[in-house]
Design a protein. Structure first.
Length: 83
């Protein structure tokens, strides 16, 4: 995966029904726990397919986080500390 593919990667993950959010400034997560139980197998398979298609992305973690924050898909560390 390269940096220019980040928006399309995020869009494809979201299209599966799986939320993807940045947590703070260093981490992003797929929130499959928010998926309805009856859709979980389908969604997990679709997310896996998207991830396989885009390949290695660890080297882009900070860029993916920055993009998610830019489009408003993030949870701040401070919010987590309060809960």
């Amino acid at each position: 995966m390269n940096k220019t593919e980040i928006p399309k990667f995020v869009d494809e993950i979201l299209a599966t029904g799986t939320p993807i959010v940045a947590v703070g400034h260093d981490v992003y997560v797929f929130a499959e726990a928010d998926v309805q139980i009856e859709d979980l197998d389908r969604v997990e398979n679709e997310v896996h397919e998207v991830c396989e298609r885009y390949g290695e992305r660890d080297h882009l973690r900070q860029d993916i986080v920055a993009y998610l924050r830019q489009i408003g898909r993030f949870i701040d560390d401070q919010h987590l500390a309060q809960n």
